[in-house]
Design a protein around this ligand. Structure first.
Ligand code: GTP
Ligand code: MG
Length: 471
């Protein structure tokens, strides 16, 4: 229990005190954060996890499920009245309906409470009745964690940093041209501020599309209901310490500070600081398919995202969290159904290597970490095909683009992930060995057996690592 967190967030402090008490005496809530960069598979993961916890026929690697100790699982109203509810029913209907399709992109925090009624294991089994574990699952964009770095920077420092980094990027040309026309010390003019912010936002969007990960402030790309508000209407300007009151520079400085205090801090206080268990989803295969530059960018992004889990580096977070720590962090490579299972160990090795620096840090901070390759929703079957006399391990599924069935050999991942990460670090333009085929499968029409959730790969292992000890 953490009293010190009261310093920066009365609400989270009080709730963690209450949850400490209730975990001993009553039903206890456990908060599971699900994050990852855009399109990494958060929505599908949560939907399938919840469906498979409600119907546990495919959850044999989750001990409590295998032992038959989970008596019931049901959705309940979530504890936070101001956070949108995770749209479980619609996402599940999209995935498992008569014409299955992937759910829409979600661009904000959402939450769902799943309550599990569980009989205790071992010696206590005969003595105690069932307990209820409230699992509060929180879906939030990994991009928002990148904003943590802004808290340590003034507007002048941030501007200098960004302007230096983007100077040579073609995506920034238009913004830089607009920006060079304004006089930072001149009088603030709102249409001009808006034009600059819009040009900067356009730059961020095209930089992200080009594979750059350092596209902060994160909320510029995922504005939600803040769209058009002053906290999102600023852009980096060259240092002008002498800029007078009422100048463009001063106003941008003020908005940057407002973004930190009104957007970044509340996210960390209201969501991040309360997380007990965390899963970080990574679409490593897409990055590998895109080439070495994308892999290197992903490695940087993971390191930055996960630096949030080593709070000692940031004063605000240290103060906010007090002694509280995320207890477990799972790094999961998603969409493993794109590979034959013979290649899953290599995929796990890649995700371990990609997150090694970050994992070491989190371990240092006292969290238990693990890595695995999973598919939240399995869309393929496996088959061997002979090609020029060799047997190739393939996967077969319905292609998203054409709706046709096809068998795919995506390419062999190396035994040693360094064969991918080293050329990526060295700035190679493309892979020397082998080529990796990009592919996208549509969800397959399902007829679910009574008592079984949607088909997956290792979702039960992921659940056992994340919540097994609390069941
Ligand atoms: N084959 C396969 N594809 C998957 C799986 N999970 C996700 N995908 C693909 O990845 C896409 C993104 O998945 P989402 O769950 O929407 O990802 P997200 O992280 O919630 O994305 P945003 O909300 O846009 O940030 C889906 O539309 C699918 O194409 C999976 O288990 N297997
Ligand atoms: Mg989503």
């Amino acid at each position: 229990m953490v009293i010190t967190s009261l310093a920066d967030g009365v609400i989270s402090g009080v709730e963690s005190a209450a949850s400490g008490l209730s975990s001993a005496l009553f039903d206890r809530p456990l908060r599971l954060g699900v994050t990852g960069l855009a399109r990494s598979g958060k929505t599908v993961f949560i939907t399938s996890l919840v469906a498979n916890l409600m119907d546990r026929g495919r959850m044999l690697q989750l001990n409590a499920a295998r032992e038959g100790r989970i008596e019931a699982a049901f959705l309940q109203p979530q504890p936070d009245d101001t956070v949108p509810r995770f749209d479980y029913e619609n996402h599940l209907a999209a995935l498992t309906g008569p014409s299955p399709h992937w759910p829409d992109s979600t661009r904000a925090v959402s939450e769902l409470r799943l309550s599990l009624k569980v009989r205790p294991a071992g010696l206590l089994a005969g003595l105690q009745g069932p307990r209820t574990l409230h699992l509060d699952i929180v879906d939030y964009p990994g991009e928002w964690l990148l904003d943590l770095a802004l808290l340590d920077k003034t507007y002048a420092e941030w501007s200098a940093d960004v302007l230096a980094r983007i100077a040579s990027r073609p995506q920034a040309a238009r913004f830089l041209a607009e920006q060079s026309k304004v006089v930072p010390a001149g009088t603030h003019d709102e249409p001009q501020a808006q034009a600059l912010a819009a040009a900067f936002t356009d730059y961020l969007a095209s930089a992200r599309a080009a594979g750059f990960y350092d596209c902060t402030p994160g909320r510029f790309l995922l504005p939600g209901d803040l769209e058009g508000s002053p906290v999102l209407t600023f852009a980096p300007l060259p240092q002008d310490g002498s800029a007078p009151r009422g100048s463009l520079w001063r106003e941008m400085d003020r908005r940057y500070e407002a973004y930190k205090s009104k957007v970044v801090k509340p996210f960390f206080r209201d969501h991040f600081a309360r997380i007990d268990r965390q899963v970080v989803l990574v679409d490593a295969l897409s990055a590998i398919h895109s080439g070495p530059q994308a892999v290197e960018d992903l490695r940087h992004a993971m390191t930055d995202i996960l630096s949030a889990f080593k709070p000692g580096r940031n004063h605000f977070l240290t103060r906010l969290l007090g002694g509280k720590r995320v207890e477990k962090i799972l790094f999961a490579a998603t969409k493993a159904d794109h590979l034959h299972h013979a290649q899953h160990p290599q995929m796990t090795a890649v995700i371990e290597a990609l997150t090694r620096e970050a994992q070491d840090r989190a371990r240092f901070a006292g969290a238990e970490t693990a890595a695995l390759a999973l598919a939240s929703l399995r869309t393929t079957t496996e088959e061997m095909r002979s090609h020029n006399g060799t047997e190739l391990p393939c996967v077969r599924g319905t292609l998203l683009e054409t709706g046709k069935q096809a068998a795919f050999y995506p390419g062999a991942l190396p035994e040693d992930p360094a064969q991918l990460l080293t050329p990526a670090r060295q700035g190679a333009e493309r892979w020397l060995e082998g080529d990796y085929q990009a592919m996208a499968f549509a969800p397959a029409p399902l007829t679910l057996k009574h008592g079984s959730g949607p088909p997956h790969i290792r979702l039960d292992r992921a659940a056992d690592f994340l919540i097994g000890d609390a069941l």
